[in-house]
Write a protein that binds this ligand. Structure first.
Ligand code: MRU
Length: 361
């Protein structure tokens, strides 16, 4: 997507030095736009763990390049296995991480030139993400179009949680792909952006990227969504996913479940947009089987922002208070109206999902 008139993806090979991978440091947005070089497996590991890159598909693409950089250093089985284990353990909920690393290892298994294969595979994974997200936009825009027609062209109000935008993928985003497509087709839309405590992905990232593209949006406190829904101010919700079971249970950023409950209570369609890499085909019960990442207490106790032009981190709770920081929750399939994938839209149940992905039967 464009940033101040220049096209960016979230990850790319450095021009003139294919041993270096570049990313946008998302911790610094929206106040600074900083590009960071990743050169070693440790760089990749910290970039994922410390959330310089985040969002399930981008984490996957980053890990794929991490394996390439590991191969540049030492392409033996033992070294690649060590790098793979390190990367996979960096964030436990987003399944794309494991998906991308396993894709790399499978490609490298019988390769005669592992560095070349790892480079090509990482590039392909990144390209495939771009195409999957583009197609999510094409399949999802019909839902927005239908609501717009029903409202006789009046603005369609869409609520989204966290950042499932282009910053969370390689380009286009998942939840935002239909939104950008609708905007580009000149459908009147407006997006309610949940701030998404504690890390504030909505306030920092979604508000920023929608604004850069010119999509009308309004930032709201996390607790406001239910009120807006009760008063007819939300026509649909679209969120992303970090892991989706073959039965349609969805793990996504903490707080997603509460929005889905409120949407159900108010008969508002609740869609989840995801590339097929985000399905965990092995599991059926999301609440029981998906590991929920817990992150550090500082994310909850402190808040970061600009004060008089300088970045500040401010304590907002008693220093000694106990904190629990669950990063994701699971929305059961019964609360999900539909899944928007690169192959089309389906219901959130095993039969409907497998109709789109028959090879997983
Ligand atoms: O902790 P994060 O910022 O990596 O969490 C991101 C989300 O929960 C997104 O909604 C999810 O990855 C879907 S992104 C396309």
């Amino acid at each position: 997507m464009d940033v101040n008139g220049r096209h960016y993806r979230t990850i790319w090979v450095k021009k003139g030095d294919s041993k270096v991978i570049q990313i946008i440091d998302q911790r610094k947005l929206p106040h600074e736009f900083v590009i960071v070089d990743l050169k070693t497996v440790d760089d990749f590991n910290s970039a994922i763990k410390d959330m310089l890159v985040r969002g399930a598909p981008l984490i996957g693409a980053t890990a794929a390049y991490g394996i390439y950089v590991a191969a540049l250093d030492d392409d033996s089985d033992a070294s690649l296995k060590k790098a793979a284990e390190k990367l996979i353990s960096s964030r436990p909920t987003a399944i794309d991480l494991k998906w991308a690393v396993e894709k790399q290892l499978a490609a490298l298994k019988n390769s005669k030139n592992r560095i070349k294969t790892a480079f090509e595979t990482a590039n392909k994974i990144a390209e495939d993400y771009v195409e999957m997200c583009r197609l999510i936009g094409i399949h999802g825009v019909g839902i927005i179009e239908a609501i717009s027609k029903k409202k006789k062209g009046a603005a369609v109000n869409i609520l989204t949680h966290c950042n499932a935008g282009w910053l969370a993928t390689v380009d286009y985003g998942t939840a935002t792909a239909p939104i950008y497509e609708a905007f580009n087709r000149k459908i009147d839309i407006h997006v309610w952006v949940d701030e998404t405590r504690p890390w504030n992905q909505g306030a920092k990232l979604t508000a920023w990227e929608l604004g850069k593209h010119g999509v009308p949006s309004t930032l709201i406190a996390d607790n406001a969504g239910g009120h807006l829904m009760q008063h007819g101010m939300v026509d649909m919700c679209i969120v992303g996913s970090d892991r989706t079971t073959r039965t349609g249970d969805v793990a996504n950023k903490i707080g997603t479940y509460l929005k889905a409950l409120a949407a159900k209570d108010n008969n508002i369609p609740f869609y989840v947009a995801l590339p097929s890499s985000t399905f965990d085909w092995k599991i059926k019960d999301g609440v029981k089987d998906i590991q929920i990442e817990e992150r550090g207490s500082d994310e909850v106790k402190y808040i970061e922002g600009l004060h008089e032009g300088k970045k500040r981190k401010v304590l907002i709770a008693p220093e000694e208070t106990n904190v629990k920081n669950y990063s994701f929750d699971v929305t059961p399939a019964r609360l999900v109206t539909g899944l928007i994938t690169e192959r089309g839209v389906c219901r959130a149940n095993e039969k409907s999902i497998l109709n789109l992905f028959p090879e997983k039967k």
